[in-house]
Design a protein around this ligand. Structure first.
Ligand code: ADP
Ligand code: MG
Length: 597
């Protein structure tokens, strides 16, 4: 075949593939155009998941009568004159591709009246070809109706998902823009049903209530970076504002982290990670916050011309942006997070919990000492002072090696602690910490017996990860393998989990892997061995019975028996105490019985 230049319609259709992937992409371009035109009110109507019809109406500046046809030409734009303008772009559009692309794969009707003109224009296009044009009376602004999307591109049509799925994408998209532009009134309706309506009050919080509901919105706090001043004179000022969820409001994936850069919605895994990082230790591994953040940087510090959909941007100083986001969110959380409601399962990582744990372990250490003495006297008849000095040579610490005496289970308190009686008094056992210890020792024992027990998955699980974590997995494949995972890199953005440690066999493999990665991530350059130990500890933490879980009597007994068999029953693998002990002597003292008899 001879070389020839493709007819414009064909070229446009091909190019449309880049801009128009699905109905939501059309809505995105049309809404962006409305915002660029200075609209105060944007009305989006859709039908049949957008495939049958999408209409975006605005009260913006409108298109002058003598430019309407031009607007549908490829590379026709009023927002850019020279390549230098790219350096300081302030509009959402600038490529002049959207209308041409959309029109080439659908039937478009445009009604517009420009500011200052008395008569409007109506235009019909079919597959990108102008069919008819007529003057019409119309309010100022623009209404674009797109029907029968992809009617002439059957290949694309095939890839569209169910109407409800496409509708979901559109709704998510309009919600995002409504959040980024709280001073613009947005309405989204599907057939007769209104899916979203915002007031344009200018308050993001009002939009959050519409989008996420009152309950969720009430758990979100405002973020405002204190100053737009750069941290170093050679870095650009980065301003961060918006709302983030308190740790009590969290989701199982990152898709509720919404970021705008200079008013443009971007999908950037690194910035998303900056938000996640700010919650470090506040959220359980595998849980993610809800966030809506506006990042503002000087336009010349960001390149928006990376991709036709403009969803990716490139920063001149990505680290400055990353840390500005991370700091702003972290500070907000530390300042504003009120003590979480008593919901033990989400409190593990919270600072509040950490503080409680600290206090608890102090008290416990004293108690433990007392217990050590008590046991000592009872066991060997030795006086505590005669105990061999600890830390001498490389003797293992004798007090810790001592197995637990036989305990009699009495019951459970708060679905969290097992109460037991021993020869030396009362024991309060933290069921989660205790089970962690049990699993940990079992695991370590298995480990010692060469190959760790792993569970091959019937179907390999594909887990999508941000690039930083992919790198982590890549670097730690061996460690992951040693603890029982079998993980392979799978494409650029995901890994495939083929086997998981037998201990977490019942669990979601993705969650187990995330837990392990989280542990690797938190490690401050640990040695191979400690990294592995910590990794095992983390995995055990996930697998262990939780606080708040009601246990049957026989389950409690089994747990206590297993704990008795442990080498170090007094601490969980993270160093937290598994039990509190009140010696008979101490009980007597507390009740004023000592010496009173
Ligand atoms: P871009 O937005 O990149 O400039 P488009 O193809 O989306 O390219 O739009 C082409 C031109 O049509 C825009 O530059 C603008 O001048 C005009 N236009 C499109 N939609 C609207 C609208 N809703 N209101 C006013 N002008 C519009
Ligand atoms: Mg545009």
């Amino acid at each position: 075949m001879a070389i020839r230049i493709l007819p414009t319609e064909v070229a446009n259709q091909i190019a449309a593939g880049e801009v128009v992937e699905r109905p939501a992409s059309v809505v995105k371009e049309l809404v962006e155009n409305a915002l660029d035109a200075g609209a105060r009110h944007v009305i989006v109507e859709i039908d049949g998941g957008g495939r049958r019809m999408m209409r975006v109406a605005d009260d913006g500046s409108g298109i002058p009568a003598d430019e309407v046809e031009l607007a549908f030409h490829r590379y026709a734009t009023s927002k850019l004159a020279s390549v230098h303008d790219l350096d300081g772009i302030r509009t959402l559009g600038f490529r002049g591709e959207a209308l041409a692309s959309i029109a080439s794969v659908s039937r478009v009707t445009l009604v517009t009246r420009a500011v200052g003109e008395t008569v409007g224009t109506r235009l019909w296009l079919d597959g990108g070809e102008l069919h008819q044009r007529e003057p019409v009376g119309a309010p100022q602004g623009t209404v674009i109706t797109v029907e029968n999307l992809f009617y002439n591109v059957p290949a694309r049509l095939k890839f569209l998902k169910k109407d409800s799925t496409e509708r979901g994408h559109i709704s998510a998209l309009v919600s995002r823009y409504a959040m980024a532009y709280p001073d613009v009134r947005f309405t989204l309706s599907h057939g007769k049903q209104t899916m979203l309506r915002t007031t344009g009050s200018g308050a993001l919080k009002d939009v959050l209530v519409e989008v996420y509901g009152l309950e969720a919105a009430s758990q979100m706090v405002a973020v405002e970076s204190s100053t737009a001043e750069p941290s170093r004179p050679d870095l650009p000022p980065v301003h961060v504002s918006g709302f983030v969820s308190l740790p009590s409001l969290n989701r199982s994936n990152r898709s509720h982290i919404t970021l705008f850069v200079n008013g443009r919605w971007v999908q950037d895994s690194s910035l998303t990670y900056a938000v996640v990082q700010a919650y470090h230790t506040m959220l359980m591994v595998g849980r993610y916050p809800v966030a809506v953040l506006m990042v503002d940087v000087p336009p010349h510090d960001v390149d928006v011309n990376v991709h036709p959909t403009k969803a990716e941007v490139r920063f001149r100083h990505p680290n400055a942006v990353f840390s500005a986001i991370q700091r702003a969110v972290r500070r907000t959380l530390v300042e504003q997070a009120p003590p979480p409601a008593v919901r033990t399962e989400v409190m593990w990582g919270s600072p509040e919990w950490a503080a409680r744990r600290e206090r608890l372990s102090q008290v416990t250490q004293e108690r433990m000492q007392q217990m050590g003495i008590g046991l000592e006297m009872q066991g060997t008849g030795q006086h505590p002072q005669q105990r061999p000095q600890e830390g001498e040579a490389d003797e293992p610490r004798p007090a810790r090696k001592r197995a637990l005496p036989m305990l009699r289970v009495i019951g459970q308190v708060g679905a969290t602690y097992v109460v037991a009686e021993g020869p030396a008094g009362l024991y309060l056992v933290d069921q989660h910490a205790a089970h962690e210890r049990v699993l940990y020792e079992q695991f370590m024992a298995q480990q010692a017996e060469a190959d760790v027990a792993r569970q091959e998955l019937l179907e390999a699980a594909v887990v999508e990860l941000p690039p930083e974590q992919i790198v982590l997995v890549e670097e730690n494949l061996e460690t992951l393998n040693e603890v029982g995972f079998r993980v392979e890199l799978f494409g650029r953005r995901s890994v495939q989990v083929r086997a998981v440690p037998a201990l977490v066999a019942g669990e979601d493999p993705a969650a187990a892997l995330m837990a392990a990665i989280g542990e690797i991530e938190c490690g401050q350059m640990p040695t191979e061995a400690t990294a592995e130990e910590r990794l095992i500890a983390r995995v055990c933490k996930r697998a262990a019975i939780k606080a708040g879980q009601v246990l049957s009597f026989s389950e409690m007994e089994a747990l206590i028996r297993q704990l008795e068999a442990c080498e170090q029953p007094q601490n969980c693998p993270h160093g937290r105490p598994t039990m509190l002990h009140l010696s008979a002597e101490q009980l007597a003292k507390e009740f004023g019985r000592l010496g009173a008899i």
